[in-house]
Each structure stands twice: as C-alpha cells, then as structure tokens.
Design a protein around this ligand. Structure first.
Ligand code: APR
Ligand code: PHB
Length: 388
C-alpha cells in the first residue's frame, strides 16, 4: 500500500491532521490501535483557544462546537477563600471556548471516517526505515499483516505511543518534571457552581471548578501522588472541595453523586527535536503539560497547524517549513510549558512547602489581583500565545 503520509494515532491530533491533509489533497491514512468507541470513552478537558477553534473551523468540524461550546471571557482565581476575576476578553480581546475534548474528537472522528482513511484496531504498528526516502509502517489488521510505503510518518500516538521510541536516544533529549501530587477529578450531573472556571489556591491544596454543560460539572482537588479514589467518598470529596473554593462558591455548591472519579498525575515533558528523518512527532507524543493551564489539546493542535503547513509546502517544492517544524513548534510549546509550570507552582501545595512558601503564593496571586500588567501577562498566556 502506498500513501503520502501515514499517521499513527487516531486521537485529536492525528484526526485533525488527517482532515487538514485530506482537504489539501494529500493522501494519508490513520492507524489507531483502539476502536472508535474506546477512543471516545476517554474523559478529557476541553478549554479551546481561539486558534484551536479556528483550526476546527478550517477542518469543517465546528458546527456542534459553535452550537454547544461555551465562550468564556474570563476566569476566577481564588486565594484564602476569596476570588477575583481576570477578564481576558477586555484585556487581550480574546476568549476561550469550553467544549469537551471528547466532543471535539468525536466530531473529528466522524468527519475523518467519512473520508474512509482511519484503520481502527490496528495492532503491532511499527514505523521503519525512517531516514530512508520512503519510510514504511507495518501493522496487523483483521489478522492480516500489512505494510504502507509513504513519504512521511507522523507520530500522533500520545505519550505511551510507539513513534517517539523509534528515535535513537543519541538523537534526542528529554526534559521532564514530575509534580509531587495528582488531581482527583469528579464528574457530577449537577449545575456548575460558576459560569466561569475557578482556580483556587488553598493551604490544604489546589481546587478547580469547571463544567461540561449547564447540568454537568467537573471538579478537581489536588491529592498526594500516591492517593487512591477508594480513599475518597463523594461526601469527603465535596467537603474538601468546599474547604478550598472561595466562600461564595462553597455556599452555592450543588453536590450530587459522582458519575466519574479518577486521579491523574501531573508532569511536564518535552522531547527535542520533534522530528527524526521522515518521522515527525505531534501532540502528546512529543510533550506533556500539567492540566493546570489547559494547554494539552491546544498545543497538540498548534503542532498540527505547523506540520500541515510544512507538509503542504513540501509538496509545493518548499522544504523550509518542514526542516524548521520542530524549532517552530518548540518555541510555542516551551512558552506554554512555562505558563503551565507557573500556574502549577503558584496554585498547588508542595509536600516540602512551609508557611513562607504559602505566603509567597498568596502574594503572587494578590499582585495578579491588583496589577493590570500582571493580568495582561496572564491573559495573553491563558488565551493562547500567537501561532506565529
Ligand atoms: N499504534 C496505534 N495507535 C496508537 C498507538 C500505537 N502503537 N499508541 C497509541 N495510539 C493511539 C491511542 O490509542 C490514542 O487514540 O494514539 C492516540 C493518541 O491520542 P492522545 O493520547 O489523545 O494524544 P493527542 O492526539 O496528541 O492529543 C493530545 O490528548 O491526552 C490528551 O491532554 C492531552 O489534550 C491532550 C490531547
Ligand atoms: C476541565 O474542565 O476538565 C479543565 C478545565 C481547565 C483546566 C483543566 C481541566 O485547566
């Protein structure tokens, strides 16, 4: 089988890239190891920057997003149980859209399936000959062993995928920080306590109030990295969330049974460069950010934007963008990694943290509350750094 581009991974980045390449009349295929149902069963955050919304519009999959997505002009931050609002729409004339990643992935999956270019349940996917002119990707599907010859292999296969592992260790450098805590997340069929997100610093630890729609709330509290959901009854969760939220939200919080409860670790991870021969890495295959800044999906989409432009350039006999894909993507990635690190270190309680450290965090948030310049800096990062 011969394709111009072979994409490993049918998550949001692989599906968006496939859609954009197909629209550019570039012949591609997506090899996804799971079923569509499995991919869409993942509960993931979705705070979309304007650039991400524009990419989904460009891909022709924004109809439901425009109907069901919630535009937010600001967020609340809270310190010592008192909140303040940052109106990033007023400050930088941009907003964010809350729309579940699962929904965005479902919209992309439906669109790409109509192009008939996704192979679900593809096993033993293995990219080979990556520095040759025509790399190959072998895989097994319906017990048949198959091989694709292509011009480019794109690793959209996430943090635990196969693509990054094919880059010789001597040809790459990893940068990583594992945070000493996790996020216990609860999904409940209750009305969100606030119309906009609330990120809370508290002496007990971080909390976040978010939502999926008017009757589906998403809440998080920081827990020790070794904690287990078995230690957290719904009541214990709601009591601790109330402790950490600003007073008004704590009073108005509507509680209910959790319909999903899970603990996720927090890490920052980047592998450089994001290309090796004719292999290119995109999204979680190349970088991970803590969810604090809601940057994971948006960085995956900006990688797709850069790589789509670069591959189109190649087929128009201009290899410059392709040669500079990694450097161009990493500039924006490190900007988002820095912001996510700042939000994580400012809002969370670290195990070795003392009273002085807590006061410094509160002073940082007080400065943000009182300084327009600080709010301008926060806003330009939260709504998404420029693509170019
Ligand atoms: N072969 C084929 N498919 C694979 C393989 C493999 N060896 N390994 C992983 N996959 C698939 C996974 O099943 C998944 O569907 O690749 C896809 C990777 O999707 P994501 O992990 O969602 O990564 P990405 O598309 O880059 O999206 C990044 O997802 O994890 C969140 O917070 C992250 O919001 C960010 C977004
Ligand atoms: C979520 O709604 O799950 C969410 C929102 C914002 C974040 C992280 C998660 O920063």
């Amino acid at each position: 089988m011969r394709k111009q581009v072979a994409i490993i991974g049918g998550g949001p980045s692989g599906l968006l890239l496939a859609k954009l390449l197909t629209q550019s009349d570039i012949d591609c295929i997506v090899l996804e190891k799971h079923t569509k149902e499995h991919v869409l069963s993942r509960v993931r955050a979705g705070v979309l920057e304007e650039g991400s919304v524009q990419l989904l519009e460009k891909a022709g999959v924004s109809k439901r997003l425009k109907k069901e997505g919630f535009k937010h002009n600001g967020i609340f931050l809270s310190s010592k149980n008192a909140s303040f609002r940052i109106n990033f729409k007023n400050l930088v004339d941009k907003c964010v859209t809350v729309y579940g990643q699962t929904e965005a992935t479902a919209d992309l999956y439906d669109a790409v399936e109509r192009d008939n270019i996704v192979v679900n349940s593809a096993s033993k996917v293995m990219p080979e000959n990556l520095i040759a002119k025509n790399p190959t990707v072998s895989f097994t599907h319906h017990n048949q062993h198959k091989k694709i010859s292509c011009d480019f292999v794109i690793g959209c296969d996430g943090f635990h995928g196969v693509a990054r592992q094919q880059i010789p260790k001597a040809c790459s450098k990893v940068f990583e920080r594992i945070y000493p805590f996790g996020w216990l997340g609860v999904l409940s069929e209750t009305p969100p306590v606030s119309d906009e997100l609330i990120y809370a610093n508290h002496k007990n630890g971080f909390a976040l109030a978010s939502m999926r729609n008017e009757s589906l709330s998403r809440y998080y509290i920081q827990t020790p990295i070794e904690d287990s959901t078995e230690n957290w009854s719904d009541q214990r969760f709601w009591d601790e969330l109330r402790n950490r939220l600003p007073n008004k939200a704590a009073e108005e919080l509507v509680i209910g049974n959790s319909i999903e409860k899970s603990i996720a670790p927090l890490r920052s991870f980047v592998t450089e460069p994001m290309q090796y021969g004719n292999l290119f890495l995109v999204g979680d295959a190349a970088h991970i950010v803590p969810p604090t800044g809601a940057k994971g999906l948006n960085l995956a989409f900006s990688d797709v934007h850069y790589l789509h432009e670069a591959i189109c350039g190649f087929y128009q006999n201009d290899t410059q963008l392709l040669n500079h894909y990694s450097a161009r993507a990493l500039k924006r990635i490190w900007g988002a990694i820095r912001f996510s690190w700042w939000m994580t270190t400012t809002l969370h309680k670290f195990p070795e943290q003392n009273a002085f450290d807590q006061k410094i965090q509160e002073a940082e948030l007080d400065h943000l509350k009182c300084s327009k310049n600080a709010q301008l800096n926060f806003s330009e990062n939260y709504v998404g750094l420029p693509l170019d």
